[in-house]
Design a protein around this ligand. Structure first.
Ligand code: PEP
Ligand code: MG
Length: 426
């Protein structure tokens, strides 16, 4: 019989999808079972996110090396966790939190703690000779999340080519996950062909969505609606739009910079008027971080004047942090949270954020980061935790496709093959 005790932990440097160094942890149990996990990395971040620790030595990897993180894993973390029962995720995470001792993981880094935490969960599943999603979800309700897929990337993921970060689609009317991806394929491919033939294509942005040349935001939205329709889908009923405004990234000196070519500056109120007009004119059913985080009152204003089907999502606003989620809820600023494990630093704290959002009747979307890897843990987590929505970027580049592909492997095992959560009924 296996002892289920952690017998070794190793850290190593690997590279993420942007080619930057990132942390990988390997947790060994009973000298025999392993869990390995890689830290993702955000480009557009909330000010109150847990810290992504880097060595900051400009001579090595432009300041991005993570040698100290690896040293901490191979020494302090290993010393603290060897001997702990791998099935006690709460204790493992508690020890990581205590070892750090700060409220934002600024001592040992959330990019350090999250890899050990995720690798531990993988090792626990391995000891039990099962997958992570089955280890976490032994109920009869097994469904895949509704995907939110980036078609065009902008903002911090495309050097500010257009201020909005993610122009996404949600195949909200698809009957199952397999069909949803088929619809996404048609739209993604048609968008690429049209951009190419119109001489608008510069390549792909950080999450695999197209990096096009457009003069303004409404031209992008007009383009996307046309693509959806030309691909044979009905907006709202079958496929709708979703935006991550990521407004933190284009607010300077109290003004929102709406173009990187012209000097168009919006006040918070101007942005409110503008977004409300977009919401009323286009099939937008979800909008994330519509304002910078200090403009929380404008989140409320937008939510209260928008149609009831609209998801107002807090990402940078709440950074998977229970205190900030509670605050945003009390201020009636959001009805949905984005959940990103590395924003807070451990699986248990991520799970607490999710539990709180469920208690408060907030919708939640599990999300990857713009810097990713081949690690597809998040897909298992989505089904394991019964998440209703998943956002992992676009429909190209293997760090993105690995997540969709893992969802397919999982869905193949359901009694009701590829069953998927349904959220909107238009
Ligand atoms: C996001 O903002 O939702 C996102 C995934 O980007 P990043 O990882 O850069 O924060
Ligand atoms: Mg976001």
């Amino acid at each position: 019989m296996s002892s289920k005790k952690i017998t070794d932990i190793k850290g190593r440097m690997v590279f993420d999808s942007r080619g930057y160094p990132t942390v990988e942890s390997e947790v060994q149990v009973d000298n025999n079972f392993y869990g390995t996990s890689i830290s993702p990395s955000g480009a557009s971040k909330g000010k109150k996110e847990a810290l992504e620790k880097r060595d900051n030595d400009e001579n090595i990897f432009l300041g991005n090396s993570i040698n100290e993180n690896i040293f901490i894993i191979n020494n302090q973390i290993k010393d603290t966790l060897v001997g702990v029962n791998i099935e006690d995720q709460v204790l493992i995470d508690k020890k990581l939190i205590e070892l750090d001792g700060t409220n934002n993981k600024s001592k040992i880094g959330a990019n350090t703690t999250i890899t050990v935490s995720m690798a531990s969960l993988k090792a626990a599943a391995a000891v039990n000779k099962t997958s992570v999603w089955e280890y976490l979800n032994n109920s009869s309700e097994k469904k895949l999340p509704l995907p939110e897929i980036q078609i065009i990337g902008g903002g911090a993921h495309a050097k500010g080519s257009i201020p909005i970060q993610d122009f996404m689609i949600i195949p909200n009317g698809a009957p199952d996950f397999n069909t949803a991806l088929h619809w996404v394929f048609k739209i993604y491919k048609l968008a690429g062909e049209k951009l190419y033939s119109q001489n608008k294509l510069y390549g792909v942005a950080d999450e695999g969505g197209y990096w096009p040349h457009f003069n303004d935001i409404t031209s992008v939205l007009d383009f996307l609606v046309k693509v959806i329709e030309d691909a044979g889908f009905e907006p709202y009923r079958q496929v709708s739009l979703s935006l991550d405004i990521a407004a933190n990234n284009f607010k300077f000196n109290k003004k929102y910079k709406m173009s990187n070519k012209k000097n168009i500056l919006f006040s918070s109120n101007d942005l409110y008027d503008y977004l409300l007009k977009l919401i009323k004119s286009y099939p937008i059913i979800s909008i994330e971080d519509p304002f910078a985080e200090e403009d929380i009152d404008y989140f409320k204003k937008l939510k209260e004047s928008s149609p009831s089907y609209l998801q107002v999502v807090g990402d940078d606003l709440v950074v998977t942090n229970t205190k900030l989620i509670k605050n945003a809820y009390n201020k009636n600023a959001i009805n949905t949270i984005l959940v990103k494990p590395n924003q807070i630093g451990t699986v248990t704290e991520t799970s607490n954020a999710l539990k709180l959002s469920n208690e408060l009747n907030l919708m939640s979307i599990l999300s990857a980061r713009s810097g990713e890897s081949e690690d597809n843990f998040i897909s298992d987590l989505s089904v394991g935790w019964k998440m209703k929505q998943l956002k992992v970027g676009s429909f190209s580049r293997s760090e993105r496709m690995s997540k969709w592909n893992q969802c397919l492997r999982i869905g193949e095992k359901f009694k009701d093959k590829y069953a998927m959560h349904k959220i909107w009924n238009f």
